[in-house]
Design a protein around this ligand. Sequence first.
Ligand code: NAD
Ligand code: TYD
Length: 357
Amino acid sequence: MSHCTVLITGGAGFIGSHLVRRFVRRYPDYKILNLDCLTYAGNLANLADIETAPNYRFIKGDVSDADFIGKLFKEQAIDAVIHLAAESHVDRSILGPMAFFETNIVGTGVLLQSARKAWEGQLENKRFYHVSTDEVYGSLGETGLFTEKTPYDPRSPYSASKASSDHIVRAYYHTYGMPVVITNCSNNYGSHQFPEKLLPLFIRNIKHKRPLPVYGDGNYTRDWLWVEDHARAIDVVFHRGVNGETYNIGGHNEWKNIDLIKMLCSIMDRKLDRAENASAQLITYVKDRPGHDKRYAIDASKIQRELGWKPSVTFEEGLEVTIDWYLKNEAWLENVTSGSYQRYYDEQYKERNAAKN
Ligand code: NAD
Ligand code: TYD
């Protein structure tokens, strides 16, 4: 795929910004279009280091705006789409699910339909890559792993909207022969993640000695993957994945929330020169998330076997780098947490604390 034009949606967000940076730097012959409407989670400061690169262009727009997206496909000779734009936080989907249906379901349909029209009769060397989540598979018990064949069983408005979008993408493959590929990835961690998700939120609260709100008993399990390893996996699947296939991506790295939080506290005590166990005192058990999925764990053997991808760093290495980034980039954190973030935080956590007491 030399000299191709790649439309990356959601490129100003957490994973998207890592992916855009990787593609802009690694593929100088590609034209990278970053389409993002800049919700609270989108931040162009995430891409300040590449914004003037000659092979990069930012386009502000909404994936669910059919007129705008249709026009974009007419104006730009887009060869491939890597679709990450989404509402992505489970707790927000519980507070207000409609935005999730609009962006994640309608937005994916609009992109597919516009690409189908633009690519009619010339599907060769085209690709529609849909970035999805392991949460579509539902919740595991103590044992077992999600494989690509695990039946879908989404349980939050977020995961249901992502599952819907996966189904629509597959329908376009079967019905119209669209050259699609889907990946379902586990929880990402790394720099530039909006501090509503567990790790950046807890890093920030530990730094400011604020309570650490652990949902329920804290015995929920997630599989954590370094975001740059996810971006590398997307690169591999984009270039070598087979049309119509799904690949699960994971870190072989399961942690119970409470164990992860205790480890985070002790690393941060060391980095911040605090007494042993100082930050763990901030742990506060709060009301559980409704419909909280017990355990996610990924079998990522297909992508390793067929495409040779596996995680490149251990969790300990990735976590050290990640914590250092948030401690060094105080201005980034304070910038994204001004204004509406505070209103979200108050609504989300005051209600949880009140219900617990
Ligand atoms: P994020 O919330 O950090 O970023 C989402 C980006 O999409 C933001 O820049 C936002 O402005 C943009 N966006 C939202 N609605 C839009 C719209 N209507 N039109 C255009 N742009 C819009 O999310 P993330 O964590 O980077 O996740 C990216 C993708 O990866 C999502 O599709 C998510 O479902 C998937 N995913 C995330 C994880 C994870 O752990 N974060 C794991 C697996 C899969
Ligand atoms: P999160 O980062 O929201 O990702 P997801 O829900 O998509 O897995 O949450 C990770 C885990 O941490 C999940 O089990 C919920 C839990 N959690 C808390 O205990 N407290 C918090 O304040 C947050 C945001 C999450």
